[in-house]
Design a protein around this ligand. Structure first.
Ligand SMILES: CC(C)(COP(=O)(O)OP(=O)(O)OC[C@H]1O[C@@H](n2cnc3c(N)ncnc32)[C@H](O)[C@@H]1OP(=O)(O)O)[C@@H](O)C(=O)NCCC(=O)NCCS
Length: 189
């Protein structure tokens, strides 16, 4: 039986949390890991709503924190399903940090979580197709397809390069880099 498509709006989720001192490092800035944990939570909520199943995080793309987040700011994570495969979903998450007193809003990052729906036996299970309702829905779906294609090409390219790195013929590439080899290591190469 084929599953009925669900619109992006069905699972769109926003999580807002106050940044408290316990989330900060010694410099008073919020730990990147705190934000990652919140992103993981909202990705779960959004993907589980679409799938109607328990979902697990498989990979994360595009985690680049552009600006620091401070204690006292309100962080909002806006999540929506951008793409679905057979059992996987890509959830796009835009993170903003708001200083309510000053009235500033910073866009700290946009990241993409790939989630997989699991059945009761912990096996990947089919998710409903995505009903695209707006030009933005279409753009995000197409972008996710491109990201998936580029990631597969990158993995293949890197795997090939890694095999070549196992041989010491690339050692010259370290010249000019900020690293040193121990005398012991030089003898053994
Ligand atoms: C992700 C997982 C289910 C894949 O299992 P598998 O037996 O390889 O299953 P499949 O090959 O059928 O892949 C299932 C889906 O995951 C996708 N997938 C697998 N690895 C992926 C990766 N590294 N990045 C993106 N998607 C991936 C596949 O493309 C497939 O998607 P599709 O059905 O939409 O085409 C399995 O590796 C797993 O359970 N990992 C642990 C996840 C987890 O517990 N996360 C919590 C953090 S500890």
């Amino acid at each position: 039986m084929s599953l009925q498509a669900k619109p992006v709006s069905h699972s769109r989720t926003t999580l807002t949390e106050l940044m408290i001192p316990a989330y900060a490092n010694f410099g008073g800035k919020i730990h990147g890991g705190t934000l990652l944990s919140l992103m993981d939570k909202v990705a779960y909520a959004c993907s589980a709503k679409h799938a109607g199943q328990y979902c697990v995080t498989v990979s994360v793309d595009g985690v680049n924190f552009r600006q620091p987040v401070e204690v006292g700011e309100l962080v909002s994570l806006m999540a929506s399903v951008n793409y679905v495969g057979r059992t996987s979903l890509v959830v796009g998450i835009k993170v903003i940090a708001e200083n309510v007193k000053v009235g500033t809003v910073k866009h700290t990052n946009t990241s993409y979580f790939t989630m997989v729906a699991k059945d009761d036996l912990d096996r990947p299970t089919e998710v409903p197709p995505l009903l695209l309702e707006t030009p933005d829905d279409v753009r995000r779906f197409l972008e996710a397809m491109k990201r998936k294609e580029l990631r597969a090409a990158y993995s293949e390219h890197f795997d090939n390069a890694r095999l070549r790195m196992l041989h010491n013929e690339n050692i010259d590439q370290l010249t000019g880099e900020r690293c040193q080899l121990t005398d012991e290591l030089k003898k053994n190469l």
